[in-house]
Design a protein around this ligand. Structure first.
Ligand code: G4P
Length: 525
């Protein structure tokens, strides 16, 4: 059947990394191999440089660029590949968390010299929660870096996943000679000046004297010793373990030098999963079902403040999505028809007539959609799995222009629906608390409220540690807790109880004193 063939050839994934590890460079090289772009340097870096945190032009520029690069689709050897871009700046980590709910697998880029950094650790937690299969690319092997065995240990410890090298570097930095490709049994030689072609030598045996000739006796001996150690320590690569998210294959290379990238891509298309069944509150939805269903994982507001038009990004989960067909918007119960849905090929946006599971369609919208909304062909389904995570920074938001209270309310509501930050309402004093993962988000909110809604807000400090969604089967204890912690209780956008702990100590004491209450750090439990 046509739909099965289309599903089977789709690979929808995200590249995640700590800023500067090489995500943009790797993305660009993958697009080059897919023929989606023709020259290096075509993918604009979508990151806001650290020095420019208050540079509004940069933020606006970033918003503009990131629409174009939100999804990059291309064809490669019969596969349809969709790369979902994630914001480079760590203050927008929440955006990345949500994007991870729309991918079927992930490639993690790690800098060989810096190893596993903070942002990578956090993003991996989200992958682990969802058992997302991950492949790791250790980048910048052309620079001095850590010992590869130490890197593997670090990956295993810091990312809490079993690793299995599928390529192995021969020396590093200035002496980097290339990699032995364990997956394909080839020797891939590195020449720094060469930009796109890897010299590849097919090997029947790791003991072949050919290796000594090509990389020198010392490095050849070291390679053989390393390989023996790897075979002794790491079990054979097991694709099923990878697909369960329990084992991560590791590749070494240099994105800047286009080295090891094609090898990564070739292995990726072969082992990475095509779209899988997705859970809804009602039942499991299989991609090959004939009826369309999908969910909104990202909303992008238009930069033109005079028109409140947005693009809602929908991941197709089942069936075929078609232009000009009526679909049901579950939250409102309304039927909707889209005459200009867009798809994303390379860096171009164009109107599409149809899309298959794994694809992302952009739906022009004027404020109907919220993050997490479900669209179906008519059946009542609601996709699960778009959790909000506990923010890390909190501030009271106050109106600074009494004449514009309505505008402020509307602006806050819409920005929250778009997923810019999370809002909690204090049950104690009714004040609104905005929670973010980074300082920059507060600045963005203030700026956008003023420029898009004409409303002025002011931030007031509040000292909080974490927001915890609470629940309990023991109704008495729950009531007792809420009474005791009245000052620190708030409600989230869905009206659920949230405990705003002001310190780790207070939280630990609360957990100890109220054992029947469960404290959750994400809204999905
Ligand atoms: P990011 O998206 O993860 O933030 O990283 P990005 O690709 O922008 O790469 C960060 C820096 O690392 C860039 O240098 C890039 O050229 C460099 N880089 C990426 N891959 C490699 C590699 O394999 N080897 C080496 N030596 N460097 C690499 P930059 O100076 O910050 O930016 P640019 O001025 O070169 O664009």
């Amino acid at each position: 059947m046509e739909i099965n063939k289309e599903i089977e050839r789709r690979r929808t994934f995200a590249i995640i990394s700590h800023p500067d590890a090489g995500k943009t460079t790797l993305t660009e090289k993958l697009l080059l191999f897919g023929g989606a772009i023709h020259v290096a340097g075509a993918v604009k870096s979508n990151k806001i440089k650290k020095t420019a945190t208050s540079d509004w032009m940069e933020i606006e520029k970033q918003r503009g660029i990131s629409v174009a690069t939100s999804v990059m689709g291309f064809e490669y050897e019969g596969y349809k590949i969709n790369i979902l871009d994630t914001p480079g700046h760590q203050d927008f980590a929440e955006d990345t968390f949500r994007t991870l709910t729309a991918v079927d697998s992930v490639i993690i880029v790690v800098d060989a010299a810096k190893g596993v950094e903070r942002q990578t650790r956090r993003l991996m937690e989200v992958c682990r929660m969802r058992n997302t299969p991950v492949i790791i690319f250790v980048n910048k092997m052309d620079r001095e870096g850590k010992d590869p065995f130490d890197i593997l240990d670090e990956l295993e410890k810091e990312l809490q996943i079993r690793v299995r090298p599928l390529s192995w570097p021969i020396n590093i930095g200035a002496k980097f000679k290339g990699v032995y490709n364990i997956y394909e049994h080839t020797l891939d030689l590195f020449t720094p000046s060469k930009q796109t072609v890897t010299e590849r030598i097919q090997l029947s045996d790791i003991n072949s004297p050919e290796i000594d000739r090509l990389v020198g006796e010392d490095d050849a001996t070291k390679l053989r010793e390393d390989m023996e150690l790897i075979d002794g320590v790491y079990p054979e690569f097991d694709k099923s373990e990878y697909l369960k998210g329990e084992e991560a294959p590791v590749f070494f290379g240099s994105a800047l030098n286009t080295f090891g990238v094609k090898e990564l891509l070739d292995c990726f298309v072969r082992i990475a999963p095509s779209p899988k069944p997705v859970e809804t509150k009602e039942r499991e939805v299989r991609p090959e079902e004939p009826e369309f269903s999908g969910f909104v994982f990202k909303i992008h507001a238009n930069m033109d403040p005079n028109h409140r038009s947005c693009i809602a990004f929908v991941k197709v989960c089942s069936g075929k999505f078609e232009r000009n067909v009526n679909y049901k918007h579950m939250r409102s119960g309304k039927m909707m028809r889209f005459s200009a849905p867009t798809a994303f090929m390379a860096q171009k946006k164009s109107v599409v007539d149809e899309a298959y599971p794994g694809d992302i369609v952009g739906l022009p919208d004027t404020g109907n959609f919220k993050i997490g909304d479900t669209l179906t062909a008519g059946e009542n389904l609601n996709f699960k799995g778009l959790p909000s995570f506990s923010p890390e920074m909190f501030k009271y938001i106050e109106n600074d222009d009494p004449m514009k209270a309505k505008q402020l309310d509307k602006g806050i509501r819409q920005l929250m629906d778009e997923g810019v930050a999370q809002m909690f309402t204090s049950q104690f004093n009714g004040r609104k608390i905005i929670g973010t993962v980074g300082q920059l988000q507060f600045e963005v909110i203030q700026y956008r409220l003023l420029h898009e809604y004409g409303a002025q807000c002011r931030w007031e400090p509040i000292s909080l540690y974490k927001a915890c969604w609470i629940e309990s089967d023991d109704k008495d204890q729950l009531e007792q807790f809420k009474k005791r912690k009245h000052q620190f209780m708030a409600t989230d956008k869905e009206g659920r109880d949230v405990f705003m702990a002001d310190s780790n100590y207070v939280l630990q004491m609360a957990q100890k004193d109220f054992p029947a209450i469960k404290f959750h750090f994400s809204s999905e439990f």
